[in-house]
Design a protein around this ligand. Structure first.
Ligand code: UD2
Length: 326
């Protein structure tokens, strides 16, 4: 007899006040789970949890996951069935400028999660990994087995975390899913830094009537995946019964160029001035594309939101927020 999934489940989400985290929390609450968010609010925003806080099954604790003892105590008190570990230093550029901080937030924090999971016998751990571990590997579409060539301390830390989790899964026998996100976009992504996701920057500019800047010729492609799909994969992985460690690309398998995105945005904002082209960024990858086959075959995960739908919804949300501004 397959083991029954207890309902409701208790799920601890680190980084739950962030872009991907808050959407994951919303989906967990909607399916009836009890959720504890642990977030230092270093980059996460409490406003991202506005809709979550309406649920009596939701709790929040402001805490840095890398503070291992405190995090263990919190985990012990909540006794989660699953931990979804999304808290991280998310900027590649910042990881290059401050590798020690990157180590603390992206490696030590993972060790802290492993310690807590082991001590509290958590059955299931989900980890936010990244396509950054593949670096500029040109063997597209990238399969999970592709050679890992991280090009930044950020990519290195994600790979190191996967190794720690693989060893922990083998040693302590819990289920671990490492989700390797490709280019995630959608509402609540912060467009403020020049290194924010390109989609958030373009949307911000178009809605303000400012021309987008393209670094290079705009023919570079990415595998853009909507945050709703990414959150769904996190939720699915949190109840995975696959034993041991598994890493999955979280992607669509479709390549889209920057020029394609600009074309779509121009349909919505025909009066925005012509695109500005600047020299390509140093170290920029021309093409990035993942193979979604493994996640489809082993977890039944398939991205459902098309780029057109995702962009239209993102625009609706962004413009309704902008129109509320004084
Ligand atoms: C993504 C991830 C990064 C890391 C990396 C691994 C994001 C935000 N970043 O970087 O964390 O995982 O993949 O490969 O998801 N661009 C413009 N104009 C702008 C901004 C960007 O032309 O105003 C270009 C940029 O030079 C690049 C493309 O858009 O060619 C995508 O840039 P990005 O920063 O959104 O994402 P990426 O793939 O470089």
């Amino acid at each position: 007899m397959p083991e029954e999934t207890p309902s409701p489940r208790r799920v601890l989400v680190t980084g739950g006040a962030g872009f991907i985290g808050s959407h994951t929390v919303d989906q967990l609450l909607a399916q009836g789970d009890e959720v504890l968010v642990v977030d230092s609010l270093a980059t996460g925003k409490i406003e991202n949890l506005d809709s979550a806080s309406a649920f009596s099954s939701f709790r929040f604790e402001q805490l840095d996951v890398a503070r291992s003892d405190a995090f263990c105590r919190t985990t012990e008190a909540f006794r989660p069935h699953a931990i979804i570990h999304l808290a991280a230093l998310v900027s590649v550029q910042e990881s290059i400028q401050n590798p020690a901080l990157n180590f603390e937030r992206n490696v030590l924090a993972t060790q802290s999660v492993i310690d807590a999971a082991q001590r509290c016998q958590v059955e299931n751990v989900v980890f936010a990994s990244s396509a950054a571990i593949y670096g500029d590997n040109p063997d597209l579409p990238l399969k999970e087995s592709a050679e890992k060539r991280p090009l930044s301390p950020y990519g290195g830390a994600k790979l190191a975390s996967e190794a720690l989790l693989l060893a922990a899964a083998n040693t302590y026998h819990f289920t671990v899913t490492a989700n390797r996100y490709f280019n995630v976009y959608g509402p609540r992504q912060d467009p403020k830094s020049p290194y924010s996701g390109v989609m958030s920057i373009f949307l911000d500019r178009f809605t303000q009537g400012i021309a987008p800047t393209v670094f290079g010729d705009g023919a570079q492609t990415r595998d853009f995946i909507n945050v709703q799909d990414v959150a769904r994969m996190n939720v699915l992985a949190a109840s995975s019964t696959l034993p041991g460690f598994h890493a999955f690309n979280v992607c669509t398998g479709k390549a889209t160029s920057l020029l394609d995105i600009i074309d779509v945005l121009r349909e919505h904002f025909p009066n925005v001035p012509e695109t500005t082209f600047k020299e390509a960024r140093a170290g920029d990858i021309i093409h990035s594309l993942g193979s979604p086959e493994s996640a489809r075959g082993k977890l039944g995960f398939r991205a459902q939101v098309s780029l057109n739908e995702g962009l239209a919804h993102y625009l609706q949300t962004t413009t309704s927020v902008t129109s509320q501004l004084p």
